[in-house]
Design a protein around this ligand. Sequence first.
Ligand SMILES: [Zn+2]
Length: 405
Amino acid sequence: MYKLIAAIIISLYFIFQLFLAILQYRNRNASIPKELEDVYDKETYIKWKKYSAEKIRLSIISEILNYVINLVLLMTNVFSIIVKNIENDYANSIIVLSIYLGINFIVIIIMSYFADLKLESKYGFNKMTLKTFILDQIKAGILMFALFIGIVSLFILLHKTMGDYIIILFTAILFVLSLLIAFVFPYLSKIFNKFVPLDDGELRDSLTKMLESHNYKVKDIKVMDASRRTTKSNAYFTGFGKTKIIVLYDNLLNKMSNEQIIAIFAHEMGHGIHKDTLKNSLSSILIMFIFVLLAWLLIKIPNLCNDFGFNKFNYGFASIILFVVLLPFVSTIIGFVTSYFSRRAEYRADLAAVKEGYGEQLIEALKILYREDLGDLNPHPLIVLLSYSHPTLLDRIKNIRNNKD
Ligand SMILES: [Zn+2]
């Protein structure tokens, strides 16, 4: 019975994802709005169409691969056969999880090799060597593996000792853990990149002045050597309180005028002033609580694991059910809500740049980002509604121009 339900849920989700991919594929041919005509020249536009077609095709292949693997793993009782004679709850859970994570890890590396390395190289974005790529994957894999096994083992321990109080306690622990991760994130990212303070000079002076005029304190403005891996540009905040650091990709400095960089910086500062990072953290606590609640509800289903061949409850397998069957669905719904609020925050942050008098420069900068990254000028409205954390370029330009006095 539960097996059938699981099969139906993952199949429905798979069909939905395919439907979205096809929508996106077909929408590539929609005509470009007047405001965006100068983003791409004809040649680049053709390049974009090819790039996005290939990207969508790869994502469809990856969806199919994941679907087939998950379906086979769940329907064939393979996990229960392997741990049949292992009595210890920790051992049999960790073995089941390790096998699943191992298989997933291989699929992720293969897909990422085609999507992040080959495709991005073909269109000139990628600067990663094969060695950097493999090292990155291994580092990320080990981190994920440790985190996953750690969290599930902790869950087993707490459930065995605390019973139903586990929901509150486990949420609290995850909360502390995510605080800790946010805290060590700047150090963690040093595993992958180098950060140096932004050079003294005109740019640094203008940025510092802007921060001071809002009495907004940050510890430093740093430049990250993103160009080691990609040609794409970005800027973000890291850390919290007075230890906040604003990170600029070195690509940003190479590609944009000082005024355009200031405009992007003003946008980031807007996020800071509106405490968007804090709001994000709060909403992720709520989301974690929902996930823990789901995990707890799964434990309450008495014969869940028996349907898949186990002779008793297996925490590792239940967490696979959680991640493969329940979370994709629930995350889609949560993503719909959070991306709505995220888009609103982006509009607001753009207006911070408008207030500083850098509205037009922000538009120029955004157009450069889209051009350089081969961004989608015309995403399908349903996909924007469901999952876009940022409004479309057209909507952002309209918002900026409508609010300029
Ligand atoms: Zn933003």
